[in-house]
Design a protein around this ligand. Structure first.
Ligand code: URP
Ligand code: ZN
Ligand code: ZN
Length: 463
């Protein structure tokens, strides 16, 4: 039998196994894993690893926020993702207060269709909760949008009170959806911000100084309590603080199904980045903020010991300068509280995590695959279609060169943003070829796909 494509002679790494075999691809799916397969096309993977495509379950593309709109849309964001080895994203559609969830979802479908170069799915951000909205949640879950992000921060924009969060949690107990929570105590943070502004503090570092670790740990603890009372699992997004992670660890030790993701920025960057000269600290203004040095090793340890289960990006790119008429971080030049929150990272997640995790001796290759692909696929209803190298799965695959060196820079990255938070850092290990459903979307660090080839993926309920 001749396959459409065979990936030959590589070492296949999944979350569970490491095996030397060929991968045979037919009609976009993995049809065989065996020795000596023949293909019409052959991709040589000798001395390379064959990994499942990365799954980034936290991105914000074409998102209006804090007076700006993210620099990356679905075309540039997914192009950059493909080059970095990510073949599926789950982006956040937003419901505007008072409007139907479906309306927000339709808007996000419009942003992605014809532009996305890799497969995509959506979570839905809820900005109000009432009887009507709860019914709408059921409909979304039936249509494959099976997770909802709720905010305990950003009063007046996204923040919901505990009763609303609890009601939404109870509803997911019935409909099989998943609640994702942004855990920071928005009320306390608001008081700290107002006080800092009145005292005349303007610089970017005040963003971090007004969002303490305990505001994240407290909200995480409260979120766990609410989910426990509702009797549902809960997913904490972009966990940054070691103290918040310990809340998750303790909940899991009590047998509760609580999980959390962290992001590369919290593993590689620190509060010191806010103290860079001039307005440069604005590049790192995101929420939760970067934490003091030493915190990152606690998170690495959490990934190793399963207190944390996923690494996603929270890719939310704003340019420093006004570009193509789009305002960016400069909005907060004279007031830290007006700097649009978010940073880019969709392209660099896998390379950074391999370098710091696998090369750094902190994660095994299998654990690396687990946190960037398999567990996110399982938690968000994409498995077994995505997340592993297995017969029947979509042929979303990376031929990974463990020796390739890449120096990260805004001059060479594919993201449409005028800075890179990791500028000048050299990493070892990068994708050589990336396939989406059997077709190349990246080769040798260059985009090889087509915007519009990415498909919307209906996700399953949590199992
Ligand atoms: O600073 C961040 N994280 N911006 C994106 C919005 C969010 O809370 O995820
Ligand atoms: Zn958030
Ligand atoms: Zn986010």
């Amino acid at each position: 039998m001749k396959f459409d494509t065979v990936i030959k002679g590589g070492t296949i790494v999944t979350a569970a196994d490491t095996t030397v075999a060929d991968v045979g691809i037919m009609k976009g799916r993995i049809a065989a894993i065996a020795l000596d397969l023949e293909g019409a096309e052959v991709v040589n993977a000798k001395d390379r690893y064959v990994l499942p495509g990365g799954i980034d379950v936290h991105t914000h593309l074409d998102m209006p926020f804090m007076g700006a709109t993210t620099a990356d849309d679905f075309a540039s964001g997914t192009t950059a993702a493909a080059v970095g080895g990510t073949t599926t994203i789950v982006d956040f559609a937003i419901q505007s207060k008072g409007e139907a969830l479906q309306k927000g979802l339709d808007t996000w479908h419009g942003k992605a269709e014809g532009k996305a170069a890799i497969d995509y799915a959506f979570h839905m951000i809820l900005t109000d909760v009432n009887e009507q909205r709860l019914k709408e949640m059921d409909k979304l879950v039936d249509g494959g949008v099976t997770s909802f992000k709720l905010f305990m921060a950003y009063p007046g924009i996204f923040m919901l009170d505990d009763a609303s969060i609890f009601q939404a949690m109870l509803r997911t107990r019935e409909n099989g959806g998943t609640i994702c929570l942004h855990c920071e105590n928005g009320g306390v943070i608001d008081v700290l911000i107002k006080r800092a502004v009145v005292e005349g503090h303007k610089e970017p570092k005040w963003h971090a100084l007004t969002r303490p670790m305990s505001a994240e740990a407290e909200a995480t603890r409260r979120a766990i309590a609410l989910a426990e009372m509702a009797g549902v699992p809960m997913y904490v997004v972009h966990l940054s603080a070691g103290d918040a992670m310990e809340e998750i660890r303790r909940a899991r030790e009590r047998g509760l199904p609580m999980v959390a993701e962290t992001c590369p920025q919290y593993l590689f960057l620190s509060y010191e980045d806010y103290e860079r000269p001039g307005f440069e600290g604005a590049k790192y203004v995101m929420s939760p903020p970067l934490r003091p040095r030493g915190n990152e090793e606690r998170l690495w340890n959490g990934l190793k010991t399963n207190a944390l289960q996923v690494v996603s990006t929270d890719h939310c790119s704003f340019c420093m300068k006004v570009e193509e008429g789009k305002p960016g971080k400069e909005l907060g030049k004279d007031d830290f509280s007006k700097i649009p929150n978010g940073a880019p990272g969709i392209e660099t997640r896998m390379m950074l995590l391999w370098d710091g995790g696998v090369n750094g001796g902190r994660l095994s290759m299998n654990r690396f695959v687990d946190v960037v692909s398999m567990t996110p696929a399982k938690l968000f209803g994409l498995y077994p279609k995505k997340g592993s190298v297995a017969v029947g799965a979509d042929a979303d695959l990376i031929v990974w060169d463990p020796k390739k060196k890449v120096t990260i820079s805004a001059k060479s990255h594919h993201m449409r943003v005028d800075y890179n938070p990791y500028e000048g850092r050299t990493v070892t290990g990068a994708p050589e070829t990336v396939l989406l459903r059997g077709k190349p979307v990246a080769k040798g660090g260059k985009f090889a796909g087509k915007p519009g080839e990415g498909k919307f993926v209906k996700r399953g309920r949590r199992s």
